[in-house]
Design a protein around this ligand. Sequence first.
Ligand code: ADP
Ligand code: MG
Length: 863
Amino acid sequence: MPADSPVMAQYQRIKASYPDALLLFRMGDFYETFYEDAQTASSVLGIALTSRQKARDGEAIPLAGIPWRTLDSYLARLLRAGYKVAVCDQVSDPRAARGLVEREVVEVVTAGTAVAEGLVPERRSNYLAAVHARGERVGLAFADLAGGELWLGECGPADLEAEWLRYAPSEALEAEPGEPALDRLRELGLDFARTARPAAGFDPARGRELLRARAPSAAPGFEDLPAALAALAALEAYAAELRKAAALALDEPRRFEPREALLLDAAARRNLELFETTAGLAEGSLLQHLDHTVTAAGARHLRGMLERPLCRPAAIRDRQAVLEALLTEPSKLRALRAELAPVPDLERLLGRLGAGRSSPRDLGRVREALRRMPAVRAAAEAAPSALGLLLAAALAAPPGLTELLDRSLEDDLPLVPGDAPLIRAGWDAEVDRLRDLARGGKEWLVSFEAREREATGIAGLKAGYHQVFGYYLEVGRRELDKVPEHYVRRQTLAAAERFVTEELKEREREILTAEEALTRREQQLYEELRRGVQERAAELLRAARALGELDALASLAQVSMERGYARPEVDEGLVLEFTDLRHPVLEAAMPPGQFVPNDVRADPADAQILLVTGPNMAGKSTYLRSVGQAVVMAQAGCFVPARAARVGAADRIFTRMGASDDITRGASTFWVEMREVSALLAEATPRSLLLLDEVGRGTSTYDGMSLAWALLEHLHEAPRLRARTLFATHYHELTDLAEALPRLRNLHCLVREWQGGVTFLRRIVPGAASRSYGIEVARLAGVSEPVLRRAKELLVLLERRSASLGLLGEPVQLTLFDARRHDRAVLEALESMDVDRMTPLEALARLHELRQMLLDESREGGG
Ligand code: ADP
Ligand code: MG
């Protein structure tokens, strides 16, 4: 096949239409790649690179192929490596075609539009996003084509990151020449493929038109979102181009409001270890702890519940009621989960159906899901609650559909029509007739063989079939003399000759066409059934969603029951109260009874700020994290690891925890820390929950402590904030603040001192820690005795000195840090700063300057 052969010309023509995609070109049983694509495929997929054909000019054409049946597993690897792949199939029957087989691209697969099993993760949704900024509003459309899910909404730039993270799309569409909002997300270290689309496609009018046509009753609810409608228009055009528009049209679009779900930015997600641990593992995350789902759909819904915890107490209570009904009757919970477990993934099956990527076997699995629905429904209704009954009611198969599929389809279905019987006997007269003919043909061949053997007396005569030559009669060399006149020679083998007769040729035509006609007829009926299911997709999808949601709720009920969690009282108030709160994940990882429960009570009215002091390893961070996780759990509708709880629903959780350097983004620990502080100062509301762990640790003691101090004052005084705050610190000097700030409460970690050593009790109790146990912690950690002795001497000295200075009270405030003479300039600069009028960033810049002054001076002093 030279480079200028007709098939290569066809290849070049098709490739020219998909210059940015890797082209998989179907040739017989293989998808071939050529030229650079072959080099790419070979290195990404680890398949052999060959060049068996020479072009006319002597150049070798690089070539690498994959067997067509294994397409999906190879596709998955190409997508993961970031490639866009065009799949080009043979669209005319190669046996019927004269000359060149017709080929065309039947699917273009990208990270965000993949739907096939194996291409998308099973237990989480795979979103394609479109982003369109109009002024200060960022319009967003997120679609999960594999599950027929569509979300539309707008948000301000400040909320973009948090909204984006809930969906974490794998591909994003942007208007040419590029969307700055996406640049910002990239700068935050988020990873997704970017696909530029013509700017004219981001058209709100077109988006509105689409919605009105597809979801007339829902459309008015999106009128005020022009930026999101523009994004939708672009999304739809892209999906249509990739022939997946039907999947997009499956469900009624859902509207998301940035303030409707608990806002969790990247820091909160990471610090609270919601979806992965700070070490980046799923194992040990809150999600994994809560995930006892028995289906993949359930796992996806559960994840969605944690991605979008609710803020409306009434909606939260609806979920709680489902849990309550289930876990008070464990046998019913068990029964429901047992019924759910074997139900096929209806959501994904419908998504694939809509995207034209489904097989007869998938249709069989839809049928299986429908068959199992009544039992799930009955099990759900056995433990009734308002929301539970609503979900159960959605588990209704469209009338007649189950029976239709039951009577029409075989039990075991092939992946491809023609590979095995597909249509049940008795369903279609034409199928029955053709099948008889095809089967009779084989039987006939056997009897024909026997008949001819007798007629000719050729004992070794055999009838058979050959791919190219068709049906034949084979006679061994020794018996060739007995072959009658009317046998026509067709093929010569080493030890035998093969013949045909008129009768055989006649039958061959009938038999061959019967099999083909049967496959065609089955294919046709299958398409009809497929369309029938697709026409009811909207209804079916409601059932599919209900299945996922029930499984997710049953999973929460299961953990709550197993671990003895309590139903929190969730309300519109601002009180946060836990009796005997535990850290859900740590508790589960420890032997029973080992984890020490602690109480929490925060209330902006009188205990707005909880200042938790204690040495390292005393349990401060764990305490803060357990509060954050419990609030997320409560607002997701789950019970909480406490004996009793009251949660005034939060609008947002801010965290500042850990001190891990973000080297990948080139940001220093302290810089990251201050970015998080500046975000919370700008964005927090009185409904927010602030979890601040060791603020100021990333810099030197004095400026770290000053910052922490100023921050606490500000949180206490600024009326716009007054947010519930848990503040952990090992600077026990900060406890003096309680005298000046009436809504600040001191808590400290109990430590037992014994024979000059300490044991951590992990009990957190009211009051201020009396001293720093740092040195004892150092002893526990094995620091040698001389160092410890010297440290103790120094501690006594330093404590005496700071006692003489005093930490509060008018005149000494400025000499707080026993300034060196040349540091006075810095202190004076500090004093003259009008902190209340500064933006956090200005403050940060000033802080860096001040610190630089100090550093410069000390260098002078030292040198
Ligand atoms: P800190 O932040 O005060 O340095 P951590 O919260 O990191 O301390 O806790 C240190 C370790 O102590 C944790 O890794 C955990 O194993 C254990 N721990 C913390 N809190 C408890 C508790 N309430 N019960 C039992 N063990 C705890
Ligand atoms: Mg800590």
